[in-house]
Design a protein around this ligand. Sequence first.
Ligand code: GTP
Ligand code: SPV
Ligand code: MN
Length: 605
Amino acid sequence: MINRNQPSGWMTRNRELFDWVVETAWLTKASRVVWCDGSEQEERRLTDLAVATGALIPLNQDKRPGCYLHRSNPNDVARAEDLTFVCTASRDEAGPTNNWMPPSEAYRKMRGWLEGSMHGRTMYVVPYLLGPAGSKFAKVGVELTDSLYVVLNMRVMTRMGRTALEQLGESGEFNRGVHCTLDLDPKRRLICHFPQDNTVWSAGSGYGGNALLSKKCFGLRIASCLGRKEGWLAEHMLILGIESPQREVTYVAAAFPSACGKTNLAMIRPPASLAGWRVFTVGDDIAWMRVAPDGSLWAVNPEAGYFGVAPGTSVHSNPNAMETIARDTIFTNVASTPDGDVWWEGMSREPVDGMLDWQGRPWHSGSGENAAHPNSRFTAPMRNNPALSPSTGDPQGVPISAIIFGGRRASTVPLVFESFDWTHGVYLGATMGSETTAASSGRIGVVRRDPMAMLPFCGYNMGDYFAHWLAIGKKLRHPPRIFMVNWFRKGSDESFLWPGYSENMRVLKWIVDRTQSRVSADETPVGFLPRAADLDLTGLNISAEQLKEAMAVRAEEWLPELDLQERFFARIGETLPPELEVEREALIAGFEQSRQEGHSSLLKF
Ligand code: GTP
Ligand code: SPV
Ligand code: MN
């Protein structure tokens, strides 16, 4: 069936790749092996097959050309953090925040599951490139999978097929991803990372971040390990370009935890009242960043598509996303309308009559249940984005002038503030907290520490990761400024204090002004806060009182926060860089001093 000595046709002359594919086909007893070339013909053939097998349901092709719906197993709708492991030789390498298993144990256990698991099935060989073709930043991965849904998503999310094999050539350096659907029984579900082998094995889930191995598995967990070794950063960040009325473009990268607003900020359309400002998307989820010879930080988006949260996306909140998903899009776990279109909570005020919910059951608006799953998603090619930055495919990437950290915090954290310097900025990122969301299975709405939005995605010891950030800072002659934002602070009536979405442009404008040293700021113990006059609120209907609440820095909120940070640092243990503990003590001293000066709260607005 498979001839070891004849790598046939165009597939590959790469011996290591060929041997590994044969080995895995042998292990899984796949009945067919199909090499994906990334062509349009192939896409049509595989899409037809996915429709025939029920993996994809065609949507109304007049309304949404090239769009399909996928309904996942209801037990498989989010990343499974409990079942995600970093398998390094020692537990310390994985660190206290990762699940750990010895590599030999993980391989043995999963090999048992994989043996014969593709008998009667097709194993697809999916070569892909992360990063622009020809870029020094770019890396090759190959995913072997028995899921057509995964193949079709990988086609959108990455530069898939021939391009990747061309970049790989005969080198042996590629990420080896093995993905097997099995029977979707959570008891046989595991996502295991082997950084020393540049390998990921994933079994028992078909969902996004568990199964599209280019994304969180290679793009962040393994890439963060490669970055540490090679001196760069793999981050859970969007990248955008902000063009001022004077046509200067400032690039910004921002890390928010899952389902906390990256795609929305990356695609922001400025409000009409901020005339002349334009924003372009470079990436919406992952940034690979390096110190360039000029001493500044440059970033590329390794991906080629968006795997975005559907609920809350509308023509009002994110018109660029709505245009992007008008065609060529795979929708996962959204509701469907009688005329073959899609719907989710927040898409329109009134739901459509006669819909099927995300599980394909008739849905009634009074039922109290969601029509779309809260973590339902769209997979859309970035080329559809009307605001796509012309620099997205630039092999050099873009120079980053500001880094923004942000979480989902109902209290404590003000709308925006700036760190004193790089080390303080690393501290702000390292101590970030955020409320958990539906993007990961488990409880929703509990505040947890999520340093740099990387808690679930760092492939090595978090303390070493902080040290790596500090080391990168030492190499930067022109470091980006570091900011913290919070779109999610709530008032006493539980509603959001800040309107968010397109209005976040006002905060971006202040950040750009700071990077250009055009405005000064007020110093508080937590960092620099904007002065009221410097935040452009033209055309925005927000009361002074509400803004004050959104901006407030209160000792009584921050002191318990500092306790939580202390506990988190204790958990990191001895790998925690001492510089960060120094920052924490300085912050406590700052609050102490302001208390002695008689301010119980620091209302700067
Ligand atoms: P992942 O793809 O999981 O990494 O998520 P993300 O960080 O890209 O989050 P996304 O932009 O998809 O937003 C997640 C949810 O937050 C959506 O339901 C949005 O509608 C909502 N959201 C985004 N921006 C804002 C904002 O400025 N204010 C408020 N209140 N909600 C927002
Ligand atoms: C996230 O959860 O941060 C996502 C979706 O972007 S997933 O691809 O599942 O990781
Ligand atoms: Mn994400």
